[in-house]
Design a protein around this ligand. Structure first.
Ligand code: BG6
Length: 490
């Protein structure tokens, strides 16, 4: 067990403490931080819940969920004994002022602890919770608030929420989380681009033909229909996770790695995204919704029959887009992005496709000659590979070529890779906002996404159906093939 003594003594208060995210991601992340000595002995984790629960019942529930969501063999009774000492829960109906009394009493038992309020609730409650905390005097200059995405469902609602939170917390204390930024390989994009001079002259329209970003999930909506149907893939994944990945690939070198320099460059990319107007919708966007099919060898229902309820909905569970960036570096270099639920396979990757050689001296017939590719894999395994052409050894009369993959990272399988939430929670505890989104970033992303959403609505664009367990609607293949290119397939 490694220890780290430089962390702040913190009370982490999780609103929505018994919700899916809290149990599936936050508790396991905090458990690992505790196990690795990153939670100071005086730090506490307080879950707010909607129902009355005794301390014993709360501990029992967290223990059961940890056993469910930690990887096999990771639950350990000794770690639990240490971790569970820090856990408590209080019932708070967040809209009722008097309900915060118990929370206040608990927090004021250790008035010097720094406070992290993690709002894992619907974003429509963010403003209310922040104001209640202020009315109870629970916000001081050492308090931080974490906002889960998506913040609002369009620019207007996001502005309202951000305004309400800003009445209580200074921007420097607001941590807007996008867990994709906590993934190790995502941070490795910065390392790869900005610590290797090798890529500098290659990283532009001079050498790059196009970029692909794919985030495919095997799962369906997993009991989150209520939330998901109101959002859909564009709001749930593209407006945040995929645009953040695009920003890291496309941004200019920041002048330093400090939080504002990095975020300034990302905002510039977001502001350079070409609007997708009504006339572009048929050619540059695809909306899909999964029908019934087979996933992991089992028959699964379509989106409209999830949880055995027959519903009507035009919410997209798949989206593919061609995105253009209007700046010098990316002139005429399209970014193709796609994401979907109930896909053939779970995988996420970024493919940087370089241009073909200007003149090919080897005959193409019978060879598999491909332009170079840099493949950054985020899930399920993480890796960075450069695909280059190589001679097949032998005495053939003419040189025969084949693509080979150079691994650009050393897989460190001996070590457990921390999860995105571990990294991000630790950053909040340490008060380091670099990997969190600033308000202007979120709003720039909404301005661009809203245009597509409005046009889909205005033009009545219907979702194309695709069978669960496939690669999405055929129109997503047409979207890229129309430009003479094709999706990189796993
Ligand atoms: C969340 C979305 O932000 O990301 C979910 O709300 C999605 O719908 C999830 O399933 C995917 O995260 P990951 O890390 O499993 O790719």
């Amino acid at each position: 067990m490694s220890t780290n003594n430089n962390n702040n003594v913190c009370d982490v208060v999780i609103f929505g403490g018994h919700g899916d995210l809290a149990m599936r991601k936050l508790m396991p992340a905090l458990y690992h931080l505790c196990n690795n000595g990153f939670l100071d002995a005086g730090s506490r984790i307080i879950s707010t819940t909607l129902s009355d629960m005794t301390q014993e019942e709360h501990l029992e529930l967290v223990k059961t969920k940890l056993n469910e969501f930690l990887a096999e063999g990771e639950f350990d009774e000794n770690v639990w004994a240490n971790f569970s000492k820090r856990l408590s829960c209080v019932k708070v109906d967040v809209t009722q002022k008097e309900e915060y009394a118990q929370l206040e009493a608990l927090l004021n038992r250790m008035p010097d602890n720094e406070r992290v309020y993690y709002l894992s609730t619907s974003s429509s409650l963010f403003g209310t919770i922040c104001h209640m905390l202020q009315e109870w005097n629970l916000v001081n200059d050492k308090s931080r608030v974490v906002l889960e995405k998506p913040i609002g469902r369009d620019l207007e609602s996001s502005r309202k929420i951000n305004d309400a939170v800003a009445e209580v917390f200074d921007e420097s204390c607001i941590y807007r989380i996008d867990h994709y930024l906590g993934k190790d390989t995502v941070q490795n994009i910065l390392a790869l681009r900005f610590s290797n001079g090798l890529f500098m002259p290659l990283w532009s329209s001079r050498s790059i033909d196009h970029v692909q970003i794919t985030v495919f999930e095997e799962v369906g909506v997993e009991g989150r229909w209520g939330y998901y149907d109101d959002y859909g893939a564009l709001r749930d994944m593209i407006q945040n996770h995929l645009l953040q990945l695009l920003c890291l690939v496309a941004m200019e070198p920041p002048c330093s790695i400090d939080s504002n320099s990095v975020r300034d460059e990302k905002v510039k990319v977001l502001r350079s995204l070409r609007k997708i107007g009504a006339e572009d919708i048929p050619l540059k966007t695809v909306r899909g919704q999964y029908g019934e099919g087979v996933s992991q060898g089992k028959s699964v229902p379509g989106y409209l029959n999830e949880e055995n309820v027959k519903r009507e909905s035009n919410t997209e569970t798949f989206a593919a887009l061609r995105i253009d960036i209007d700046n010098w570096r990316w002139n005429k270099v399209p970014f193709y992005v796609r994401t979907g639920k109930r896909m053939r396979k779970r995988y996420s990757e970024i493919v940087i496709q370089f241009k073909d050689v200007p003149h090919m001296i080897f005959p193409r017939g019978g060879h598999c000659i491909e332009p170079n590719k840099l493949i950054i894999k985020l899930q399920p395994e993480e890796s960075i590979k450069l695909v280059i052409m190589n001679k097949i050894p032998g005495l053939d009369e003419s040189i025969r070529l084949r693509p080979v993959e150079l691994e650009l990272n050393i897989p460190e399988d001996a070590q457990r890779n921390p999860t995105a939430y571990e990294r991000l929670l630790l950053d909040v505890i340490r008060a380091n906002p670099t990997l969190f989104m600033r308000r202007d970033e979120v709003e720039a992303a909404w301005i661009w996404a809203d245009e597509i959403l409005r046009n889909w609505e205005r033009l009545g664009v219907k979702c194309r159906s695709y069978a669960a367990g496939t690669d999405g609607p055929s129109s997503s293949i047409a979207l890229i093939e129309r430009d003479g290119r094709s999706w990189h397939e796993e």
